[in-house]
Write a protein that binds this ligand. Structure first.
Ligand SMILES: Nc1ncnc2c1ncn2[C@@H]1O[C@H](COP(=O)(O)OP(=O)(O)OP(=O)(O)O)[C@@H](O)[C@H]1O
Ligand SMILES: [Mg+2]
Length: 331
């Protein structure tokens, strides 16, 4: 996994009977977890506080040593590697940010590239690129210290630092948790866009099921001990939650969430030609946005460059729900 990190696509991560028993605790924090994370996929861990999400992640980059079990990344046995060397090749954005207080924003972001021996001009260029990416004006933020930033700004620097050396594997523990909803949405959108290009293997922890649906190729809903309640694509989990526990995470508005997963172009147009007299929606907008637009205009059709979309098509896409059910029923 190390030879060609730069521009490297993700590699497969395999967890086998992975267990962590912290000394003095009655039950293991992570209990016999077996899971495959396919190369280039973003897998979201969702589960209640204390169920073992952070512990599972920290075993993958060996900030926590497993009690038993195996971890392989790109086929290599992680437990046989040098931990410091390993961590340089895994991007890590942690819950508490963890910036070095005595280093500037630029030095924090450039830390791992520097350890990897990148030439200074390449580090400088990468730092500028990443600051812009996380919406921090380089000239303003470059030389500040972490204490001179808000919590959300610190978190964005943390995300930039995790991306800095372009690692094939990223572990992200609630990386957007401290940001306001607008910044958060921006970061999520940027992240989706980036991941489409880069296809890294990412494990992403969140408490926010909407965020999980938006970002995840797959979602692992976890219980106490990191036990897997369900591990599947967002659409499959929304359609067929494995049990009441999983259904509880989805909440009451599964249909609206399914609409948010589908794009206007994912369903057949009622008429292939655009109609300029109808309310207009972007072709890459979600069906949920299309529904909102129809409701706002009191129409049962809207139009995009891909043609006319009808309310009936939208209903059919999520299983023929009645208008009442769709608009209010499941909220
Ligand atoms: N160093 C430690 N020593 C002993 N117990 C620990 C240690 N770190 C975590 N634990 C315990 O292990 C369990 C799992 O903790 P972990 O941090 O993995 O949970 P989490 O799912 O990340 O929770 P949160 O959503 O609150 O971040 C918890 O019961 C926690 O109290
Ligand atoms: Mg945690």
């Amino acid at each position: 996994m190390f030879e060609s990190d730069r521009d490297a696509e993700g590699v497969r991560i395999e967890l086998r009977a992975l267990t962590k028993h912290y000394p003095g605790r009655p039950a293991p924090a992570v209990d016999n977890v077996t899971m495959d994370i396919p190369a280039g996929e973003l897998v979201v861990f969702v589960g209640p506080s204390g169920c073992g999400k952070t512990t599972t992640m920290k075993m993958i980059n060996r900030l926590v040593e497993p009690t038993s079990g195996e971890i392989r990344i790109g086929g290599r046995d992680v437990l046989s590697l040098n931990p410091d060397e390993l961590r340089r090749h895994i991007g890590y954005a942690i819950q508490q940010v963890g910036l070095f207080p005595h280093l500037t924003v630029a030095q924090n972001i450039g830390l791992v590239p520097k350890l990897l021996g990148w030439p200074q001009p390449r580090i400088a260029a990468r730092v500028e690129e990443l600051l812009a990416l996380v919406h921090l004006e380089p000239s303003d933020f470059h030389d500040r210290y972490p204490r001179q930033l808000s919590g959300g700004q610190q978190q964005r620097v943390g995300v930039a630092r995790a991306l800095a050396a372009d690692p094939p594997v990223m572990l992200m523990d609630e990386p957007f948790g401290a940001t306001d909803p607008i910044t958060r949405e921006h970061l999520q959108n940027e992240f989706v866009r980036l991941q489409k290009q880069l296809r890294k293997t990412i494990i992403f922890v969140t408490h926010d099921f909407e965020e999980a649906i938006k970002l995840g190729d797959r979602i692992a809903v976890l219980r106490e001990g990191s036990h897997i309640a369900q591990y599947d694509t967002p659409a499959a989990i929304l359609d067929r939650p494995a049990d009441d526990y999983v259904a509880g995470f989805i909440g009451q508005d599964a249909t609206l969430k399914r609409l948010a997963l589908l794009r206007v172009t994912d369903v057949p147009a009622t008429e292939p030609l655009p109609d300029p007299r109808l309310p207009q929606i972007a072709a890459d907008a979600s069906l949920r946005e299309a529904l909102d637009l129809m409701l706002a205009h009191g129409t049962d059709k809207c139009s995009s460059t891909a043609g006319v979309l009808s309310y009936a098509t939208l209903c059919a896409a999520v299983g023929n729900r009645s208008r009442e059910e769709l608009v209010a029923g499941d909220r």
